[in-house]
Design a protein around this ligand. Sequence first.
Ligand code: SF4
Length: 302
Amino acid sequence: MQCSKCRRDAVIYQRYSGLHLCEQHFNRDFEAKAKRAIREHRWIESGDMVAVALSGGKDSSAVLFFLHQLLHERRDVRLMAITVDEGISGYRDPNQARAIADRIGVPWVTASFVEEYGVTLDEIVGRKGTRLSCSYCGVLRRALMNRIAREEGVTKFAYGFNLDDEAQSVLMNVLRGDPDRLTRPVQEVEGFVPRIKPFMYIPEREVALYAFLHVKGIDLAGCPYAVGALRGDVRGILDDYTYRHPATKYSLVNLGETLRNPGKHTGDGLRVCERCGEPCGKTCRVCQVLDEVRKGTSTIPD
Ligand code: SF4
């Protein structure tokens, strides 16, 4: 299939935009989206020390490569990578993460559960069972990352979370009936390093493609404790539903952002659309429908 923007061969088809993209146009589109997310959230400022939480998997490797491309010529912002070894046998060899950071040319530090807490995640699971493995792992890893961040002078943590991860998190909080997590505002809390997520509006398959195009030696192993996690079930439900309704993940991410930032939700009443003259909200759905019909795209939730 040919690229929708030039004559080269396409490497991906975006169902939501209706575009086939070659490698060059895919990279341009991908990086523009990630830069826009950083700009809109004002995630990186002069003086920042940004640390990528580098597992060695595709998402974190992709975000490290992207941020290095974006920041390596800036003298006012520094970039580093931090890898935490949870102690899960057969999963995440820190040396693989180190090799990725070395190849990209970014300083790297590591820490482990066993050195910090005197126990591996395997041992915790052995004592407590697998039901809460992700909860224990997440809490301990966050605390350890925070401690390293304080020592290294890190001001922002960059995560490779993608659109799928974000949408799954919102739906998981809905399914758990957890209003606190759904509405917890984005605010700076003393002692906690703020998180930035440049890929949060980019689908997982595009982040994977970007990673495979640019980073060698990515760790593809899955965590053995992820099997029973709620996230796995939610992923299946959401992927299935999104196949028929392509805008669903964007809708969930927008919902999550609106609930966490009530100030940004204007709650504006109806107005008259300047283009079609019909009453509408902030976005005119009539114009949106007509635009999409004309362009053959689909971003409107059913
Ligand atoms: Fe930790 Fe769960 Fe991720 Fe495995 S899947 S690394 S247990 S949070």
